[in-house]
Design a protein around this ligand. Structure first.
Ligand code: FAD
Length: 258
């Protein structure tokens, strides 16, 4: 199988750097092909702007969506965007690895999503009408592929539990896992999270790599998070609200898992 690791940490000698190197070696040893997009090492351009469309008239008003659609359809995207889209087409599974910074991914990785998920690739796919609201949330260009987050946090496990002060980790990651991964079609596996990173010593590092190795071995067999599919009949179209007879009384993120 082909595995892409999209990785964001500025320091190769970090915990994240060591875990990324471990994952690469482990996957290669199992016979998989691996590519890594090491965003800091690539000096990845994090900001979406007019330079992303190579044939843009600089005097014209920049439209983030329409310029993206034009560039994607006409082959005039910036080469770094096209290269990442090609890696996604190649991959059977994608790992996104990062330290939790201010309750989300580092800005450089957010910019990877903003730029690589072009109009016609990451969104704006399929029929958009009063009957059908596009191929998304379970359908889309990345359908059939699997994705998993590998996240490190400074906070403790308890800080991210159901009543922990930081909020439940699954809630914090919902915009990424549901909004950025499930949206274009990925099947999203439960995240691999390492909390309280300041307390990682050699013994805990060994335990962590053993657990990560098991998760990597299960990339193809683990059950994904059971997000509801938009076009499964669970949602009213075009309101896109969950049918009232499903999960009655349940609101918020949890309503969108079966
Ligand atoms: P490192 O600092 O590189 O390492 C952590 C520990 O692992 C160290 O003790 C180190 O000795 C050990 N280690 C590293 N490599 C190895 C190895 N090969 N073998 C054995 N031990 C090793 N945390 C939150 O919980 N929520 C937040 O919202 C949040 N926001 C942040 C925002 C910013 C801007 C920053 C800088 C930090 C934030 N943090 C937050 C903390 C952050 O999530 C952690 O600092 C980060 O996850 C640690 O990962 P690292 O790879 O940088 O670890």
């Amino acid at each position: 199988m082909n595995v892409l690791i999209v990785y964001a940490h500025p320091e190769p000698r970090s915990l994240n750097g060591a875990l990324k190197d471990f994952a690469v070696q482990h996957l290669l040893a199992q016979g998989h092909a691996v590519q890594v997009s090491d965003l800091y090492a690539m000096n990845w351009k994090a900001t979406l702007d007019g330079a992303d469309r190579l044939d843009r008239d600089p005097a014209a008003r920049f439209d983030a969506s329409l310029d993206s659609r034009h560039a994607y359809e006409h082959g005039t995207q910036s080469a770094d965007i096209t290269a990442e889209q090609d890696k996604l087409r190649w991959a059977d599974a994608v790992l996104f690895q990062f330290p939790l910074w201010w309750f989300s991914m580092p800005a450089i990785m957010k910019g990877w999503f903003e730029r690589v998920y072009a109009y016609g690739f990451g969104y704006g796919v399929g029929e958009h009408s009063d009957r059908r609201w596009g191929d998304r949330y379970g359908e889309g260009m990345l359908a059939g592929k699997r994705a998993m987050l590998v996240v490190t946090t400074g906070g403790w496990d308890s800080h991210y539990e159901a009543r922990g002060i930081n909020g439940p980790l699954e809630d914090l990651l919902f915009p990424i896992q549901h909004g950025m991964l499930f949206y274009p079609g990925f099947e999203v596996l439960p995240p691999f999270a390492i909390h309280r990173t300041s307390r990682v010593d050699d013994a805990r590092y060994t335990e962590t790599t053993a657990a990560l190795g098991q998760r990597l071995d299960g990339l193809w067999t683990q059950a994904p998070i059971p997000f509801r599919r938009q076009n499964s009949g669970d949602y009213l179209i075009p309101q896109l609200t969950l049918r009232e007879d499903l999960a009655p009384g349940v609101t918020g993120f949890t309503a969108h898992t079966v």
